[in-house]
Write a protein that binds this ligand. Structure first.
Ligand code: GDP
Ligand code: IMO
Ligand code: MG
Length: 423
């Protein structure tokens, strides 16, 4: 069974937790897009791990962990992540595979991310990890790939070309001194030496494993509305976070995919700038942020919070071909007297039930809410779906109906145990 798991909102839906839970039953877990802008949290026996590049299935011994060609890799961050795990007694090197075709993030990408953001009038609120500039180089055909770090002649040629152009831009456009070739060349060759044993043709590896009957779990990063094509452009990331990205980002064909699982929070959050139709007023925003510990796992920024938006998620179910939903953080709504769900948007006096692609409409649309009774009982200790309060089950049913997909998994806490399968 080959499964793609993606977020259906603006990221941070709880993908890391679901990947960890589903990883038990697969052979390989694969990241297919994004980079270390992602922060995926897994909590095991009270210990919290945050993964930025390594797939979140890595805590299960023996699972093959793959970083696919669609990912942009900061090798310094990858090595640091491996080191942290090693110090905790978790050895990953033998089971890590990194695509030789994955593009590499260099310091000039990170600096450019910040400099470009500073010049924009409409700030995106990037994580500043160099993601956008690295994907820009990939599209401009001047990117440097993981395989190039293993070939000093190739690396020299490509890095010289890049610095030739980029140093002029740094100096003339941004008044930045630019980068020295020698220091970068030595640093990145040394990353190549350190990662050599893991860099390979991961498309061939994954397809061989599928042919042998092994199962693969594809781990999406970010969320559908941060996708470069289907998100709230330009307030998005620079890759295809939607399910289709799993195929181009790994070299596994669509015909090999068996199911798509969409992850949603029981409410909505967003980090960074951009439209957010169901955003809470300030007091409720702070209350839910505090209850849900809604602070970015990568940058620590406070996440903006709002009600569940069924208009968005219904579109995400369609774009991703979602078979079933995992609903996370239901416990965060435990004490609410009433709970709202956005069922439509109002824009220029008209009511819309479909998500608009026009930025002006996204920014000016007002939510049309339906209001439901809360359950006002603690759910965190519940371990079986049947024991959930009736109002919570009703809320889940409403979301299934509005989003046109069944909920198969409900989460009421960050631990593995707080995971309920829904019959
Ligand atoms: P991801 O980027 O989609 O993997 O999500 P993040 O890890 O950035 O953010 C999700 C946060 O919610 C993490 O701190 C998780 O430990 C936490 N979490 C996941 N599921 C639940 C849940 O059901 N209840 C609560 N209270 N926290 C959860
Ligand atoms: P996970 O995988 C939430 C947001 C940033 C910013 C925009 C562009 O943990 O769900 P970028 O650095 O990619 O150029 O930033 O996207 N963003 C995320 N928000 N979760 C993420 O990842 C995110 N990755 C990027 O805040 O608004
Ligand atoms: Mg996250």
């Amino acid at each position: 069974m080959n499964t793609i798991l993606i977020g259906l909102q603006w990221g941070d839906e709880g993908k890391g937790k679901v990947i960890d839970v589903l990883s038990r039953d697969v052979h390989c877990v694969v990241r297919y897009q994004g980079g270390n802008n992602a922060g995926h949290t897994v909590v095991v026996n009270g210990a919290s791990f945050v993964f930025h590049l390594l797939p979140s299935g890595v805590l299960h011994p023996g699972k093959i962990c793959v970083i696919g060609n669609g990912v942009v890799v900061d090798p310094q961050v990858l090595l640091a992540e491996l080191d942290v795990l090693k110090k905790k007694g978790i050895e990953v090197r033998d089971r890590l595979r990194v695509s030789e075709q994955a593009h590499v993030i260099f310091p000039y990408h990170k600096i450019l991310d910040g400099l470009r953001e500073r010049k924009r009038s409409n700030k995106i609120g990037t994580t500043g990890r160099g993601i956008g500039p690295c994907y820009s180089d990939k599209a401009a055909r001047c990117g440097i790939r993981m395989g190039d770090l293993l070939n000093s002649r190739m690396l020299r040629e490509k890095l010289l070309d890049n610095l030739n152009e980029k140093n002029e831009i740094f100096k003339k456009v941004f008044r930045h001194p630019g980068f020295s070739f020698e220091a970068l060349f030595d640093e990145y060759l040394s990353y190549g030496r350190k990662l050599k044993g893991s860099v390979c043709d991961t498309a061939a590896l994954l397809n061989e494993r599928i042919d042998k009957g092994e199962s693969i779990l594809f781990e999406g990063a970010q969320g559908t509305f941060l996708d470069i094509d289907f998100g709230t452009y330009p307030f998005v990331t620079s890759s295809n976070a939607v399910s289709a990205g799993a195929c181009t980002g790994t070299g596994v064909a669509p015909t090999k995919i068996d199911r798509v699982v969409g992850v949603v929070k029981a409410y909505t959050t967003r980090v960074g700038e951009g439209p957010f139709v169901t955003e809470f007023p300030k007091s409720l925003d702070e209350e839910i942020r505090c209850k849900g510990q809604e602070f970015g796992a990568t940058t620590g920024r406070p996440r903006r919070c709002g009600w569940f938006d069924a208009v968005m998620v219904r579109r995400a179910v369609m774009i991703n071909g979602v078979d079933s939903l995992a609903m996370m953080k239901l416990d965060v709504l435990d004490q609410m007297k009433t709970i709202k769900v956005c069922v439509a948007y109002k824009y220029k006096g008209k009511v819309f039930r479909t998500f608009p692609n026009d930025l002006d409409a996204m920014q000016k649309a007002r939510p049309v809410f339906e209001v439901f009774s809360g359950w006002q009982k603690n759910t965190e200790a519940i371990r079986s779906y049947k024991d959930l309060p009736q109002e919570a089950k009703d809320y889940i049913r409403v979301i299934e109906d509005l989003c046109r997909a069944p909920v198969n998994l409900v989460s009421v806490g960050s631990s593995r145990e707080a995971t309920l399968s829904k019959p």
